[in-house]
Write a protein that binds this ligand. Structure first.
Ligand SMILES: [Ca+2]
Ligand SMILES: [Ca+2]
Ligand SMILES: [Ca+2]
Length: 435
């Protein structure tokens, strides 16, 4: 609805003057007066011109939208929920053709192909943000609840066996974003590079947020494989992925990977050869002239394992790893390997066995070695946990991935992994803040 417009004063009947004071009374700067009617400008809409018109998003409503839902149709326009496309890749392609729209995907399960070609993946596109987790009625990004409206990208093509599944469910791209999806059932058991990254094979520096990687497998990087890239991964869960190196994440050479508010649980390394890296949760495995670099802030690594006993949580080789406000606990095999070339710098973290026991690690302030007291069956904290209020709030990073979608990326990270306030009193260690 356009705003009401009156002509109380006959002398000014041609203006939008509600008060008869000769000043135009359109609701705000997003509206203008034309032929005695207040009209929303650009892509603004609503009675107060403070909402985005259908097919537009962003804090300035200047970012176009493409919609996808399971019962959509790829011959539709894709510019409203009613006109949604049917496949995620069609959405990505249209968004790219239109010059960098964002894609909104309704809850449901989507596969890279209806056929049996294992090499087909959801290919992210530079400049296109891909969001899942919608009920299919939302008009603003903050209205979505990706925990309720589970949106799954599944590599389980072909038969119900995993043997014929997609090698990589998702392939990354520079300057792309994937946000609000469960990514599962990738099986990278082919020839290189189809042996890397069952869930996501990251080429380029993507942003990954509000995602869950579960039950993916690969030789390297069951959940995700990163090489020659600088991705930012926030508020994401890696659960029950497996590989021979880097069960959850394999962070390879020439990387600068940032992990914020992430949980690594029940990932595993199996069938590792003697010279291969372990790392049930994560392997940081660089090369002499191109180290693997990782910054790990407010993450929890628990219940990850390595069959051969090398680094249940993190394996480090030719890498530079910084750990802040994090928890490494109950990773049944040795938690963190010593440093084989490079560095590991740990502060304000709870380390099973103690930071000092990690050979070569630099142990800064605030580390503890005390049972974090997880809530049963989870890795969130009970009230009396020694990790509550013992992180360093000054180490909470800015909201670089804009978790709250308000366009402000310089404010402090607003949410924990559950979408609750990140800092209550002093920040806690780990991915979840006690509320
Ligand atoms: Ca299958
Ligand atoms: Ca706290
Ligand atoms: Ca923000």
């Amino acid at each position: 609805m356009i705003p009401a417009c009156h002509d109380n004063d006959v002398y000014y009947y041609d203006s939008c003057d509600n008060r008869g004071d000769m000043a135009e009374d359109c609701p705000n700067q997003n509206a203008t007066c034309a032929d005695a009617q207040c009209e929303c400008t650009a892509h603004w809409a609503g009675e107060d011109c403070d909402e985005c018109a259908t097919g537009w998003t962003g804090t300035d409503c200047n970012r176009c939208l493409v919609y996808v839902k399971e019962d959509g149709n790829n011959s539709f326009s894709g510019r409203s929920w009613a006109q949604a496309l049917q496949t995620v890749q069609a959405g990505l392609n249209l968004a790219s053709d239109l010059g960098g729209c964002a894609v909104w995907v309704e809850q449901g399960t989507y596969k890279p192909t209806n056929g049996t070609n294992r090499e087909i993946s959801f290919q992210l596109v530079s400049g296109v943000d891909l969001y899942g987790g919608f009920a299919g009625t939302e008009t603003m990004l903050y209205q979505r609840n990706h925990r309720v409206n589970v949106t799954t990208l599944s590599g389980d093509i072909g038969t119900s066996s995993t043997d014929d599944n997609s090698y990589h469910v998702v392939r990354g791209a520079d300057n792309a974003r994937i946000d609000g999806f469960t990514i599962t059932q990738g099986n990278a058991d082919g020839e290189s590079p189809d042996n890397h990254g069952g869930g996501m094979y990251t080429v380029g520096s993507s942003t990954v947020s509000n995602c869950t990687f579960s039950e993916n497998s690969a030789d390297s990087g069951g959940g995700m494989y990163i090489e020659s890239a600088s991705p930012i991964i926030a508020n994401t869960i890696f659960e029950s992925n497996s590989a021979t190196g880097g069960g959850g994440v394999f962070n390879g050479g020439d990387t600068s990977t940032t992990l914020i508010n992430c949980a690594f649980i029940y990932n595993s390394v199996n069938n590792r050869l003697p010279m291969e890296p372990g790392g049930g949760g994560m392997a940081n495995n660089g090369a002499f002239d191109s180290p693997a670099v990782a910054t790990i802030i407010n993450c929890t690594f628990a219940y990850n394992s390595s069959e051969e006993g090398d680094a249940g949580a993190i394996h480090n080789n030719l890498s530079n790893v910084m750990v802040r406000n994090s928890i490494f606990w109950s990773n049944p095999t040795q938690g963190i390997t010593g440093i084989h070339g490079g560095s590991m710098n740990i502060s304000y973290s709870d380390i099973d066995g103690g930071c000092d026991a990690i050979s070569g690690a630099t142990c800064g302030d605030g580390n503890i070695n005390t049972d974090p007291l997880f809530v049963t069956q989870t890795v969130s904290l009970i009230e009396n946990s020694p990790c509550v209020n013992t992180g360093s709030s000054s180490l909470v990073p800015p909201d670089v991935t804009d978790l709250d979608g308000d366009g402000n990326t310089s404010e402090s990270t607003p949410f924990d992994l559950d979408g609750n306030p990140r800092v209550v009193d002093t920040v806690d260690m780990g991915a979840y803040e006690y509320q």
